[in-house]
Design a protein around this ligand. Structure first.
Ligand SMILES: [Zn+2]
Length: 61
């Protein structure tokens, strides 16, 4: 792992994920599934900071 890279943590459960972030990472409406809390969510990421995307998707059952 290079310096500056970090594992993203799930914004819901706070556990580390398999998603790796770099200081120059930019994600928008990234569809992410957390295997720990089994939730699908949309994420934004700027650098190594992850937030939930403002625009929520609704799953059609
Ligand atoms: Zn989670």
């Amino acid at each position: 792992m290079r310096s500056g890279e970090t594992w993203a943590t799930c914004p819901l459960c706070g556990r580390p994920t398999k998603l790796k972030l770099r200081p120059d990472t930019r994600l928008e409406n990234f569809l992410f599934f957390c295997p720990k809390c089994k939730q699908e969510m949309m994420l934004d990421a700027v650098g190594t900071k992850v937030t939930r995307a403002k625009r929520m998707t609704r799953k059609s059952a």
